[in-house]
Design a protein around this ligand. Structure first.
Ligand code: GMT
Length: 384
């Protein structure tokens, strides 16, 4: 964790920041939570405004505050008006704690709630809103005909927009007609002191997959890859961390392909930084990833990612250098890469070092959090 520099110059630039995200297991909530904790460690006051305690949040940390959003369950409401409850809570917290800005993660509905909160406060003062787009908020949810206009409106009315990859910036500009200078790319980040390689490598060739088991993650491809790999390396095993709709089909497929005894379903894990170092290779066979946070966390732990060439993943993984990229659905090509890595430990170790270096030099928290701080200040300075 970065230490707080208490010099007067630094203190003058400290801010009070409201953060809203989905507090469950999605990557956007993880990024928002870790961003908040890093900002607090740098001396900022951080106020989480969410319907539950964000899953990776340590509420005991100094300068971290949590404000729960209560959702009204009046019988008249078939659909409780969560977006409005959130807006009210945002405005209330912003006023009581004199927030400098609101930073929302995932466009729908958070950008709209923040817009409403800003309007509610407008008679007294202006509250800048920063929206970070994470992927499916733009590529899936936001492009549904019923949500497209409101998603576009939410982005247009945000004071600042960030995306987690250049790929997502381009998609946002193309699909929503957002001006070329409006979107700042700030990649996902990893704390390389917390996420680091193990002292000793695991003895058995171990593959790992970490996700929320949604169809976009193609979890069944992990099972197919293991079955292929075991033809050459019969000791190989697969650890699957997380839970979601694809868990049961993946378990069935493991039985059908005769590899069930070599697959371990670990369920949701709170401390993935302890899990990654227990593997040699990370599997991320997704249909689509705006960035691929799980691959970055694995790379910081010296675990070589074998992924698909999709979305923003090539901004993270350089094929053949610090990981491998193959076509979506081409589980045989991915299995061949995995088998190659298991069969050639020297090459795997070289790539593991390169992966760690990529995480340290390009995506470490130290550098990336500073980019958010700069962006926040730009948004606030626009007011003066
Ligand atoms: O699909 C997920 O893993 C959850 C999703 C979310 O929005 O919660 O993750 C997205 O945000 C992550 C953090 O910024 C990115 O690293 C993931 O690539 C992205 N997922 C997709 O684009 C499918």
């Amino acid at each position: 964790m970065p230490s707080f520099d208490g010099s007067p110059a630094r203190a003058a630039s400290l801010m009070r920041i409201g953060i809203t995200c989905y507090p469950t297991y999605g990557g956007s909530g993880i990024v928002a939570t870790e961003l908040g904790m890093e900002l607090a460690a740098r001396g900022h006051d951080v106020h989480f405004i969410t319907y539950a305690n964000p899953i990776r949040l340590d509420p005991g940390l100094p300068r971290i505050h949590y404000h729960e959003v209560e959702v009204t369950s009046y019988p008249l409401f078939q659909y409780p008006p969560y977006t409005l409850s959130l807006s009210s809570r945002m405005a209330e917290v912003a006023e009581r704690y004199n927030l400098d800005l609101l930073h929302v993660h995932y466009a729908i509905p958070h950008a709209i709630s923040a817009f409403l909160a800003r309007e509610m406060l407008a008679p007294k003062r202006y509250l800048p809103v920063v929206t970070t787009l994470h992927g499916t908020d733009i590529t899936l949810v936001g492009t549904e005909p019923g949500l497209f206009p409101i998603t576009k409106f939410g982005m247009e009315r945000s004071d600042g927009i960030t995306t987690i990859s250049d790929y997502l910036r381009v998609r946002t500009e193309e699909v929503f007609g957002i001006g070329p200078d409006r979107v700042r790319v700030i990649h996902n980040f990893v704390n390389c002191r917390l996420y680091h390689p193990a002292e000793h490598e695991p003895e058995v060739p171990t593959l790992l997959h970490v996700s929320n088991f949604r169809p976009v993650k193609r979890v069944q491809d992990c099972i197919r890859i293991l079955a292929e790999v075991r033809k050459q390396h019969p000791a190989a095993r697969l650890l699957l961390a997380g839970d979601g709709p694809e868990r049961a089909p993946a378990e069935r497929l493991a039985w059908e392909l005769g590899v069930a005894a070599n697959v371990e379903f670990l369920g949701k894990q709170d401390h993935v930084e302890r899990l990654f170092p227990q593997a040699h290779i990370l599997l991320m066979p997704s249909d689509y990833e705006a960035f691929g946070l799980a691959a970055l966390e694995a790379m910081a732990c010296g675990v070589v990612p074998v992924s698909t060439r999709c979305g923003g993943v090539p901004e993270l993984i350089t094929d053949g250098h610090d990981g491998f990229l193959e076509g979506v659905g081409d589980y045989q090509a991915q299995a061949a890469r995995v088998a190659e890595l298991i069969g050639n430990p020297n090459r795997r170790r070289r790539m593991a070092l390169a992966a760690r270096r990529t995480a340290e030099t390009r995506f470490d928290t130290e550098a990336v959090i500073a980019q958010y701080e700069t962006f926040y200040r730009e948004m606030c300075d626009k007011l003066h």
